[in-house]
Design a binder for this molecule. Structure first.
Ligand SMILES: Nc1nc2c(ncn2[C@@H]2O[C@H](COP(=O)(O)OP(=O)(O)O)[C@@H](O)[C@H]2O)c(=O)[nH]1
Ligand SMILES: [Mg+2]
Length: 182
């Protein structure tokens, strides 16, 4: 049996907690409290520590899923959470005007703290921002020579969340092969 630590990054309100919950189907520990920072995103509750879920895969392997707090004042936690990560999901909120700038910021964090770690970019809230430029996003989505997949995802839909995880798992398999065979 193998365990994979998966870290979910993204701004407040992009759908991290929803994604973790949808994938875990209730088997999830979260720490949402009333949101005291309505400037960042107008939502009633927010995650103060992190979301966490264990998911057993049919082959006996296990995913440990960590949703990070999105508020900037918790950014000191990102490198700590990224330690030992097998994979990263970077969630972007299509409604946010600065989504591509945020993508660049998160990619810098990954370049510094997780340069080899397989990653996918999920774009949420596309139903509310259908004009979002996925192609521009895809142009930015690279770490060195490595292009990262960009996947539209409504995190409320379990099937879409699982599909995003499938893309990440195949990135992880590819990277294992590359490590093993150069
Ligand atoms: N319309 C729409 N709402 C979404 C989507 N993804 C998440 N949400 C909603 O966005 C809100 C914020 O999600 P949450 O998981 O708390 O964000 P977090 O701060 O990243 O943990 C919730 O009400 C979700 O139901 C999406 O793709 N479309
Ligand atoms: Mg949350």
């Amino acid at each position: 049996m193998r365990e994979y630590k998966i870290v979910v990054l993204g701004s407040m309100g992009c759908g991290k907690s929803t994604l973790v919950r949808a994938i875990a189907e209730g088997a999830v520990i979260d720490t949402d409290v009333p949101n005291s920072d309505r400037r960042g995103a107008d939502k009633a509750s927010t995650t103060v520590a992190m979301d966490y879920a264990d998911i057993d895969l049919p082959n006996g392997d296990r995913l440990r899923l960590y949703g990070t707090p999105g508020q900037q004042r918790f950014d000191f936690l990102w490198p700590i959470l990224l330690q030992g990560a097998s994979g990263v999901v970077l969630l972007l909120d299509a409604r946010r005007e600065a989504a591509v700038a945020e993508l660049d910021t998160y990619l810098d964090v990954l370049r510094q703290h997780a340069v080899q770690v397989p990653a996918v970019i999920g774009v949420s809230h596309l139903d509310l921002a259908p004009g979002f430029a996925l192609d521009v996003c895809a142009e930015h989505a690279a770490i060195g020579e490595r292009a990262l997949p960009v996947v539209p995802v409504d995190t409320r839909e379990r099937d879409q969340g699982l599909c995003l995880m499938d893309v990440l798992m195949s990135e992880m398999e590819t990277s294992e092969l590359v490590m093993a065979h150069g």
